[in-house]
Design a protein around this ligand. Structure first.
Ligand SMILES: NC(=O)c1ccc[n+]([C@@H]2O[C@H](COP(=O)([O-])OP(=O)(O)OC[C@H]3O[C@@H](n4cnc5c(N)ncnc54)[C@H](O)[C@@H]3O)[C@@H](O)[C@H]2O)c1
Length: 252
């Protein structure tokens, strides 16, 4: 048993690996037709080849015009767009600390982590309003809820920004049955999570694990499970929230 997404049409960004890949697999398993988007064309086609229906769109989500065209194409093809999951995001190799971060890094990270979810939300909102059903889910981070353990300033600012974006859109769109939420992962086993751990000494790693109630990193599918719930009819009274999936790290 699990949430039902039969006949739903979903767009998932960052679909080529880790949390995005798990989200594609989970939504498809629940019956949704999934359109997967990522810059990593080969990996993306591998993921999309493993689910029935849907298709792969290799593109850069920071291009607002490409985002608009993507949504139009999906709408034209299926006649609806029910679910948008903004997973694409990350630190893009930016350095920690205010004295090392550049203005260019600031813009690159804001473009990917905050502006792209806005561009895509802008494109899907009128369609979802007209069909009186929609779910916009943006993947946040514990960094946005509190602060970043990696110390990457624009990442924290952008992830805090998506919480505001989902709250404000949530208020505006909920009367149209378009519900917006953030799903906020903690330390998930992924290249990003591993890099973060490798930067630390053994003592620091032990301290990180001791700060997580379940004493382990999360699995991408544990995040995808919550995304699938937020994308479903069963989340019909959940609006503007940050659903935290971090094994009990931040508890408020
Ligand atoms: N892994 C973690 O521990 C963790 C923790 C908190 C939050 N997150 C968030 O979860 C999301 C997914 O992270 P992940 O761990 O799966 O990382 P990841 O880097 O493996 O996945 C991000 C995906 O986004 C794609 N992408 C990057 N830039 C893009 C662009 N401009 N256009 C299209 N696609 C682009 C990448 O190719 C990649 O496939 C991110 O938003 C990240 O900030 C991850």
């Amino acid at each position: 048993m699990g949430v039902e997404l039969k006949d739903r049409v979903a767009i998932v960004t960052g679909a080529a690996q880790v949390i995005g890949e798990a989200t594609v697999l989970k939504l498809a398993e629940r019956g949704a037709t999934v359109v997967g988007v990522d810059v990593l064309a080969d990996r993306l086609s591998g993921v999309m080849g493993s689910v029935p229906g849907g298709f792969a769109v290799p593109m850069d989500v920071t291009d607002a015009e490409a985002d608009r065209r993507l949504v139009q194409d999906v709408h034209k093809r299926y006649g609806r767009v029910d679910i948008l999951v903004n997973v694409a995001g990350g630190i893009l190799g930016a350095p920690a600390g205010i004295e090392r971060i550049s203005i260019k890094d600031w813009h690159r990270l804001l473009d990917l982590n905050l502006h792209a979810p806005f561009y895509l939300s802008l494109a899907v909102a009128p369609i979802m309003k007209a069909q009186k059903w929609g779910r916009i889910i943006t993947v946040g981070s514990g960094a946005g809820r509190s602060y970043s353990r990696t110390g990457i300033v624009p990442y924290t600012a952008a992830k805090a920004g998506v919480m505001g974006l989902m709250r404000q859109l949530g208020v505006e769109l909920a009367p149209h049955n378009v519900l917006c939420n953030v799903v906020s992962p903690g330390m998930i086993a992924s290249p990003l999570g591993r890099v973060e751990m490798e930067r630390r000494t053994e003592e620091e790693r032990a301290a990180v694990y001791s700060s997580i109630a379940v004493k382990r990193m999360g699995d991408p599918m544990e995040v995808a499970n919550v995304i699938a719930f937020a994308a479903s009819e069963e989340a019909s009274y959940v609006v503007g929230q940050t659903l935290t999936v971090d094994g009990g790290h931040w508890m408020f």
